[in-house]
Design a binder for this molecule. Sequence first.
Ligand SMILES: *Cc1c(COP(=O)(O)O)cnc(C)c1O
Length: 385
Amino acid sequence: MNNKKIWLSLAQMGGTEQKYIQEAFDTNWIVPLGPNVNGFEAELKSYLTTEESTQSEKQVVALSAGTAALHLALIMCGVGVGDEVICQSFTFAASANPITYLGATPVFVDSEEETWNICPTLLRTAIEERIKVTGKVPKAIIPVHLYGVPAKMKEILEIAREYGIAVIEDAAEALGSEYLLDGERVRCGMMGTYGVLSFNGNKMITTSGGGALVTPNREMAQRAMFLATQARDNAPHYQHTEIGYNYRMSNICAGIGRGQMEVLEHHLEQRRGNHRFYCEHLKGVPGISVYQQPAEGFDSNYWLSCITIDKAVTGYDREELRLRMDAAGIETRPLWKPLHLQPVFEKVPKYVNGVSERLFDSGLCLPSGSALTEEDLLRVCAVIK
Ligand SMILES: *Cc1c(COP(=O)(O)O)cnc(C)c1O
């Protein structure tokens, strides 16, 4: 039997990344900013703006990380000391950490069963109660498209509009996912007031480390670039009237990103293919359910394929399966631990319905990289069976 280690989600290079990096070396653009950064931003923008999309005003700003994009989005939403920001609880800590950088408080809201993302009903409850308790409207809402499955954006955007709250769409895991919004197919990252993408090593595409912010228009893109380059005023000397950050993407990283854009479609096909394979081969295995997008209009990139385990049926729990997989040389990972259960967020307000806790207890992410072979996938399924 083949004992090659099977990893959860490895980066896969397309081959042309080095061409763009070589160009940067040849022209001595080894700095933040440069032709690759401009090129990468233009390519991302054109990819995200689907033909049907009427949102051509939107702009993309390449940054050093998805976390940096969240931080700048919060600043541009006016979040500051003493404010509250509503955040999906079932997500990676990076979705919420930047709220605390600004002296604001995250308020965690649990998920619903269909998309595993923020529950619109509970979101409304949370907003109404926060207004009662604090006398202030939360400054922003951060829904997440977890594992690539779009959140219920129609309902979320309606609630946000009703209360006049900005939406920061965390699409770090959802590059290539699509959602049917008012009859129009829209790519994830393009629906909120701001959108956040990540190009970390294990995401849909990588720049070795990096992210991007989708802004509503050119003016806000310029504001983001200003803040991301140390908030330097227009003067011959170094002049500052605001606090800035060093968040711009380097021309080298952007070169990797441009190469990766050429293979994004391939990565999407591969990851969706992995998911189809798991659905077919694990169908009918008692107690194992492969997680699927809920209905028409929720088009996941299937960044990671996940299963839930019904211990009453299987006789084993997710941790026993994870250890068995590990012994067989297969890396799997529990689903995100809800942020309202994280020790660091112990004292933070939360609106909980039990969904994310149950998913955390019973769920496992399966190997989902774009370079997995049929033999790899068969090995994974064999251990489960
Ligand atoms: C990866 C990730 C981020 C952070 O992106 P970085 O580029 O690693 O900073 C934010 N939110 C979610 C849901 C993520 O998975």
